[in-house]
Design a binder for this molecule. Structure first.
Ligand SMILES: C[S@@+](CC[C@H](N)C(=O)[O-])C[C@H]1O[C@@H](n2cnc3c(N)ncnc32)[C@H](O)[C@@H]1O
Length: 231
């Protein structure tokens, strides 16, 4: 689905043998592990509640895009409050996309597509009322995060909104260590993580043109950053 480029000839492996960011998610074992722990992540239930009650609230998005959809958990969450919504999920991982397709087999209006978020967002699905993402964007380098925020803004309908629920960087190494220790039991430490601070990311959202930008919820190193495209 992505345009071929010279790096792709390495089949996801950097010249020195290291996987390109995100490509470890193409592995079956990693994907299965995620599906196994997804619904018992510390803070996950609270985050879902804030998303559904406070961010979406009584807005009823009709077209939704989930960046790094994994097994489609966020698509299911959104459809639980907006059953008519047409949803698109992008992800780099064939095993997770297969799980997502199986989860929604037979349901209309749900589409999954392989896409590396290191590349520009595909523009051929039209515009969206809601673009959201959970635990994904911190895998991307900061410059790509910023570009992605601009691309999300451009793909939103006027009045549409963006919500990034993600791992964020904390102000000190000690706070970071304490926060991540909560996840230690999940065995999920990932040396490829590149979380950015909340304030920095809120600034990137404002610079991209979003308004009513805020951190709706934060718990330890997980935060929910929201912005709206002016109507
Ligand atoms: C921690 S999981 C979160 C999945 C999903 N958002 C959820 O809430 O269950 C991270 C997801 O990001 C995807 N991912 C990581 N790097 C990516 C990239 N460069 N492009 C697209 N997807 C990526 C992985 O395949 C995986 O599905």
């Amino acid at each position: 689905m992505n345009a071929p480029d010279s790096r792709r000839e390495t089949h996801g492996t950097e010249p020195e043998g290291r996987l390109r960011p995100g490509h470890e998610w193409r592995e079956q074992a990693r994907s299965e592990r995620w599906l196994e722990i997804r619904d018992r992540l510390p803070g996950g239930a609270q985050m879902r509640e804030v998303l559904l009650n406070d961010v979406i609230g009584d807005r009823r998005p009709r077209r939704v895009l989930d960046l790094g959809t994994g097994g489609g958990a966020l698509v299911a969450d959104v459809r639980s409050v907006a059953p008519e919504a047409e949803a698109y999920g992008l992800d780099i991982s064939p095993p997770l996309l297969a799980a997502a397709r199986m989860r929604f087999a037979g349901e209309k209006g749900i589409h999954f597509r392989e896409h590396d978020l290191a590349e520009p967002l595909p523009a051929d699905h039209g515009r969206f009322d809601l673009i959201l993402s959970a635990w994904v964007i911190h895998h991307l380098p900061d410059r790509r995060k910023q570009a992605l925020y601009r691309e999300a803004f451009d793909l939103l309908e006027p009045g549409g909104f963006f919500c990034n629920m993600d791992l964020v960087a904390l102000p000190t190494a000690e706070l970071q260590r304490r926060a991540l220790s909560v996840f230690a039991s999940m065995d999920e430490e990932d040396s490829s993580d590149k979380p950015a601070p909340v304030d920095t990311q809120l600034g990137w959202l404002r610079e991209s043109g979003f308004e009513n930008v805020d951190c709706y919820w934060k718990w330890l190193a997980t935060a929910m950053l929201v912005g709206e495209r002016p109507a």
